[in-house]
Design a protein around this ligand. Structure first.
Ligand SMILES: Cc1ncc(C[n+]2csc(CCOP(=O)(O)OP(=O)(O)O)c2C)c(N)n1
Ligand code: SF4
Ligand SMILES: [Mg+2]
Length: 351
């Protein structure tokens, strides 16, 4: 047996959210990952974020590639749509699904091998096109599923479990996403749920290409001294730029923040991102400054986390292409196939 289903019976006293679901309704099968794997904490954060935001499970489509990370959609949102693609091909399948039905929340879940090695050509285009999605990379610096080879995000000079030094330059996924035009970029750590859950919530409420790089230690192959993706290294070198709080609609501030440290950013859908600034001069609405900060912290051997960038005026691929509002599965035959005369007119207009 490769997976275990969880019991369906819920205790009647479990708290329900505004759409009538308990937190358990957002869970999936029992995880078969190694005990302590960072990826399981990310699954738990996704469950928490969707439950808190009253996302209806049947309005979500989970897409992934191949890897331990790409297996995780089986362990959350068991009542949602799901598609497990060929290694590294999740972004193009997500793009197609999104174009056919813009009404769902597209959750792309991938690994550093899946996205930064074999799938990097796909990753760059899905971001650059502005496909509305929440793209999460569970980044452990290795190919966990195939027993711990260095991935393209492994830092130069970091050591493998068997004592081999990585000679190649790393790909900084957050910096890449910023350079490619992602309109919401975050970096989290699987060991910090308080930071990660709001980062995912903000991404769900964003309309555009939202990308979150989550450092997620692999306890089997990359959690030793000499690794820069271990729990210990990330805890010691984590430099959070802000602390995020997501308010679905604008409402009174009830928490006391020190004067001058709070920034409010309103997104397209009216939700408000409240940022408690930890780094005095960090402005998450300035793409170039964000990119500089991410690269400067990397050069110091630190890991910048938090909401790194948000563009509140973001538009998605549907807006760029001026596509029809109605999902394809709700259009009639007449609208999908307007007939020969209409086709002739279109062809003539293009000559
Ligand atoms: C086309 C293809 N090439 C190679 C593989 C072998 N393979 C499976 S998973 C994987 C890497 C997974 O690494 P990552 O995406 O970082 O996931 P992790 O297991 O670390 O979470 C590779 C190379 C494959 N399944 N398909
Ligand atoms: S091999 Fe690594 S990435 Fe895969 S489940 Fe185990 S700890 Fe997680
Ligand atoms: Mg990996």
């Amino acid at each position: 047996m490769t997976y275990l289903a969880k019991p369906k019976l819920h205790h009647p006293s479990l708290t329900r959210n505004a759409v009538g679901y308990t937190r358990r309704d957002y869970e999936g099968k029992v995880s078969t990952l190694c005990a302590g794997c960072g990826h399981d904490s990310i699954s738990a954060a996704i469950v928490q974020a969707c439950w808190e935001l009253d996302v209806e499970p049947h309005r979500v489509a989970k897409l992934s590639g191949i890897g331990c990370s790409s297996k995780t959609p089986d362990y959350f949102l068991g009542q949602s749509h799901g598609f497990n693609t060929v290694h590294g091909r999740m972004p193009s399948v997500l793009t197609g699904a999104n174009l056919a039905n813009r009404d769902l929340l597209y959750l792309g879940v991938s690994g550093d091998g899946d996205s930064a090695s074999i799938g990097i050509g796909q990753l760059v285009h899905v971001i650059r096109r502005g496909v509305a999605m929440v793209y999460i990379v569970e980044n452990n610096g290795v190919y966990g599923l195939t027993k711990g080879q260095f991935s393209a995000t492994a830092d130069q000079g970091s050591m493998s479990k068997k004592g081999v030094k990585n000679a190649d330059s790393p790909i900084n996924l957050a910096a890449l996403a910023l350079q490619l035009g992602a309109t919401y970029v975050g970096r989290g750590f699987s060991g910090d749920k308080h930071q990660l859950v709001p980062l995912i919530k903000g991404a769900i409420r964003h309309r555009g290409a939202a990308f979150i790089d989550v450092i997620s230690p692999c306890v089997a192959f990359n959690n030793h001294a000499g690794s820069t993706k271990s729990y210990e290294y990330v805890r010691e070198h984590n430099e959070a730029v802000n602390f995020l709080d997501v308010i679905p609609c604008k409402s009174e501030i009830t928490v006391d923040y020190p004067e001058g440290s709070l920034v409010e950013v309103e997104q397209h859908d009216g939700s408000v991102l409240r940022l408690r600034k930890l780094s005095a001069d960090y402005d998450p609405t300035d793409r170039i400054a964000s990119l500089n900060h991410v690269l400067a912290t990397e050069a110091r051997g630190e890991v910048a986390t938090g909401l790194l960038f948000v563009d509140t005026e973001a538009e998605d691929l549907h807006a760029h292409l001026n596509t029809v509002e109605t999902p394809f599965n709700k259009l009639g035959v007449g609208e999908l196939c307007p007939g020969k005369a209409a086709l002739d007119r279109i062809n003539a207009s293009l000559r």
